[in-house]
Ligand binder design. Structure first.
Ligand code: M6R
Length: 619
């Protein structure tokens, strides 16, 4: 949550900062702000409620000169989303300006301590407390601001990624992190000198340099126009920054002609999955190779249990993964909401494998859940999309999705990437454990290879959803029902619809209807059935009948050629036939398109739905 950008170098900072904020807007868009030091040494701060474009309008007539600056796009935690609470925040003297992503948990006690010392506050934020604390520390210990940051952060409880400007030192930019991500880009300016970029992720940086340092927890960096980059930890011990080369292209961050990132990402799925399985699914050799597992084979072969921790959409893909791994590899799998798991006292055995599934790799609850599991001795495996993310680095081994950057807040290609990766993982373990017959293993490998093409077919055959989405804009509620592998998909369909269209939706196992929810059904209730002509087909047909006789509107996802369910339904989406376990990879397509087009028809901000942020780095 919240996006931070910073720059120090030879170029004008403002355009770099604004462009960076646009790239990070998916992380929060309640308010935005920028702070610059101009060539005369004046430190200015401009803020606006709402989106980055509102900030740009506000800044249009201002002096925006300066080759050093920081900027922020906010997802409000402490204090309502107004201009006063927007970042950057100034210290009492106006010498320091700070942007922050995270939550300072002990900000109340710090604030009252500072108030007792005579400091006053303009905002309700924890961030203003932090900048005041740094200034107070600087004044009390008569030290430079770099040292003051180190000292001040020692008394902070919580998570932070910060970037700080000091009016008195316009040649230095300082940043630090704990719990919240921060990347430093190291570029070369026109004269061959160093210039530095700071970002909550690499997206604001890639345009200028592919050389980055991922700041580690409790590290503080000083970027100096002349002296380069220095990193210390909270105990002032020098750290050696590790340089990484970004494998990200600018094209991947653009909409490429689509009206929204979400639609682009929906259509990217066949290719994204091809990349995800490339080299891993070896159809000729009838094998599945996941290096993350190969290197730790014994852990998986001897696992008493697999526990998967995740949130939101990633939790849904984890549930599909559970069904598959249990079926294929015969290992018991538990799927946990990371936010619950981390605050229980879960029983974890040393021979448990704990898997974190996370698109961003930054979700605070998922990160905390695996940290807890590690303390209890479990082996940690990460399934993340963002390379170099905190969860990827905190786990002992793992697999990247390689589906490319996902910018739309509603997760689409990461979901299918996670499902297919969990299937690969189940197959890789099954192969080692001989829990599947050779024939079944080969059949699954071959079918998985066909999924991207079948997905493309599904997209082409469901393009028309835009033509009737309008009809559902009046609906206040939706139900999504499925059985077996399609129950988690029903949950995902409901989540997609509610998060971008704001229509209330629930997902249920179809057979659970009779135990209560069926009371909700009347002629105004659209019920989406995932009803492929596979395993539990007949049972789902009975469930459809039950809803139909209560006058619910039936929308169904059916296997191509199925007339029975088509005839029972008011609207039908087709998918090609596939194995039960892979149906979610295809059936999710019409559900994503339905949510997308309903939201568009309702005039919603599809890529940036209200109150949400792409990566939830606060608990
Ligand atoms: O980055 P993560 O996969 O850890 O994110 C988890 C959830 O926040 C995320 O899936 C969220 O539910 C999406 N908005 C769903 O579309």
């Amino acid at each position: 949550m919240c996006g931070i950008v910073g720059y120090i170098g030879e170029q004008e900072a403002y355009p770099i900062l604004i462009k960076g904020l646009h790239r990070l807007e998916y992380r929060g868009y309640d308010s935005a702000g920028v702070s610059l030091i101009n060539p005369k040494g004046k430190l200015s701060v401009y803020k606006a409620t709402g989106k980055v474009s509102a900030l740009e309008e506000k800044c249009a007539a201002e002096d925006l000169s300066g080759t050093i600056g920081i900027a922020h796009t906010r997802w409000a935690t402490h204090g309502e989303p107004n201009a006063v609470n927007a970042h950057p925040h100034l210290s009492g003297s106006g010498n320091l300006s700070l942007v922050h992503n995270g939550i300072i948990e002990n900000y109340k006690s710090l604030r009252s301590m500072l108030e007792k010392k005579g400091m006053s506050f303009c905002s309700d934020t924890d961030t203003e407390v932090l900048v005041q604390l740094i200034e107070y520390t600087q004044q009390t210990y008569h030290c430079d601001v770099y040292t003051a940051v180190q000292r001040a952060l020692k008394s902070v409880v919580g998570a932070y990624a910060i970037a700080l400007l000091e009016k008195a030192h316009p040649d230095q930019l300082i940043c630090a992190r704990k719990g919240s991500p921060l990347v430093i880009g190291v570029g070369t300016d026109a004269r061959g000198g160093k210039e530095f970029y700071v970002g909550s992720d690499a997206t604001p940086i890639i345009e200028y340099t592919n050389q980055v340092v991922y700041l580690k927890d409790e590290e503080i960096a000083l970027m100096d126009r002349k002296g380069g980059l220095e990193v210390v930890n909270l105990s002032n011990i020098k750290q050696t920054p590790e340089m990484h080369t970004l494998q990200l292209s600018l094209d991947e961050l653009e909409k490429g002609g689509y009206p929204h990132f979400m639609l682009k990402e929906i259509w990217e799925q066949p290719n994204a999955l091809r990349t995800c399985i490339r080299g891993r699914l070896q159809v000729k050799d009838k094998d599945v190779l996941l290096s993350g597992i190969q290197d730790h084979k014994e852990k998986f072969l001897n696992a008493r249990r697999i526990i998967i921790c995740a949130c939101g959409t990633s939790w849904h893909s984890a549930l599909i993964g559970k069904y598959f791994i249990e079926e294929a590899a015969q290992i018991p799998v538990e799927v946990e909401y990371a936010s619950e798991f981390r605050y229980r006292n879960p029983v974890i055995y040393p021979d448990d494998v704990v898997i974190a599934v996370s698109q961003s790799g930054e979700t605070a609850d998922t990160l905390a859940a695996i940290q807890l599991a590690e303390q209890k001795g479990a082996f940690l495996y990460g399934i993340c999309n963002v390379i170099g993310s905190s969860i990827a680095r905190a786990t002992h081994s793992g697999t990247y999705l390689h589906v490319g950057p996902e910018i739309g807040v509603a997760s689409t290609k990461a979901f299918t990437g996670q499902v297919i990766t969990l299937c690969l993982l189940g197959l890789a373990i099954a192969k080692e454990k001989h829990t599947l017959s050779d024939e079944m293993f080969h059949m699954l490998v071959e079918e998985l290879q066909r999924i991207p093409d079948k997905m493309q077919w599904t997209l082409e055959h469901n393009k028309h959803i835009d033509q009737f989405a309008q009809m559902f804009t009046y609906c206040r509620n939706f139900l999504f029902l499925g059985r077996g592998y399609n129950y988690p998909l029903a949950l995902e369909g409901a989540l997609k619809l509610k998060e971008i269209s704001y229509i209330h939706a629930e997902g249920y196992p179809a057979a659970e209807m009779k135990h209560g929810p069926i009371a909700l059904v009347d002629e105004e209730m659209p019920v989406v059935f995932i009803a492929p002509k596979r395993g539990m087909y007949e049972k789902v047909v009975s469930n459809i009948q039950e809803i139909k006789s209560r006058k619910g509107k039936i929308i169904s996802v059916v296997t191509e050629g199925d007339k029975t369910v088509r005839n029972m339904s008011d609207y039908t989406f087709v998918i090609p036939d596939t194995r039960d376990c892979f149906v979610p990879l295809l059936a999710v397509i019409p559900l994503q398109l339905l949510s997308y087009y309903v939201a568009v028809a309702k005039g919603r901000n599809v890529d940036q739905p209200r109150n949400l942020a792409k990566s939830v780095t606060v608990e």
